[in-house]
Ligand binder design. Structure first.
Ligand SMILES: O=C(O)CCC(=O)C(=O)O
Length: 232
């Protein structure tokens, strides 16, 4: 089971100067908003969209063509701090609700339709988590259960069993990037540190993955082609 752990950590993927400019961009995007994160960053930030499309990040993905289809910012701070229970990322954000066999249940997050696709679609997707701050043990690092992505959707009994261990704590430095399967069981604890913990979370899918007439809510690639990081 653990031969394919469902995640890989890539150290020092982004130079510190880029991390610093991404931190500034995150501040600009958040503005006066004191929420613990943000969604739909590609349409609101060229810098973040270009990062998701960069050759450096795409080089971390499997060889099939992958396009960035969802972006989130998680920003744990001393004031906004929360534990995340063990879960798999089971839903995708789509442009509008269309009933299709195998897709459901539906939900809404900040007014955006989300749906659970068949697990096979999630198996073909990949998530990159770009770390903008150190995540030592006391700063709410991601915890993952190696191999837990290989069994489709897990029920509560399986989640309970996996969460007894083995568990890997993903401690990162700024510029490190974690690649993981959306189906990998993961959680995080409240941060015990006064430091911030900013993570950009990008989900990538294959071009052909979504059956018509469903469309991704976000599609960073819609009107551009991959770019070199010097242009970020
Ligand atoms: O960044 C974290 O601590 C976990 C976030 C997460 O997986 C979620 O909110 O779904």
């Amino acid at each position: 089971m653990e031969e394919n752990p469902g995640f890989e950590l890539f150290r020092d993927c982004l130079p510190f100067s880029l991390v610093e400019s991404l931190r500034e961009e995150v501040e600009r995007l958040k503005g006066a908003d004191d929420r613990a994160g943000a969604r739909n960053l590609f349409a609101r930030s060229d810098a973040i969209r270009n990062l998701a499309l960069s050759c450096e990040l795409r080089a971390l993905l499997p060889p099939e063509e992958h396009r960035p289809v969802r972006s989130l910012l998680f920003d744990k701070t001393a004031e906004k701090n929360w534990p995340v229970a063990w879960h798999q990322d089971r839903s995708i954000a789509v442009a509008s609700r269309k009933e299709i066999a195998g897709f459901g249940p539906w939900s809404e997050k900040t007014g955006i339709p989300h749906v659970e696709p068949p697990p096979s679609l999630l198996e073909s997707m990949a998530t990159l988590r770009i770390h903008l701050d150190p995540t030592p043990e006391d700063n709410g690092p991601l915890l993952v259960c190696p191999g837990s992505h290989q069994l489709g959707f897990l029920d509560s009994t399986a989640i309970e069993e996996f969460s007894r261990g083995p568990i890997v704590t993903v401690s990162c430095q700024p510029g490190d990037v974690l690649r993981m399967s959306p189906l990998l069981l993961h959680s995080s604890k409240r941060s015990q540190s006064p430091s911030r913990r900013r993570v950009l979370h990008f989900e990538y899918a294959r071009r052909s993955d979504l059956p018509k007439p469903l469309k991704w809510y976000e599609d960073a690639e819609a009107d551009s082609s991959p770019i070199e990081s010097s242009a970020i």
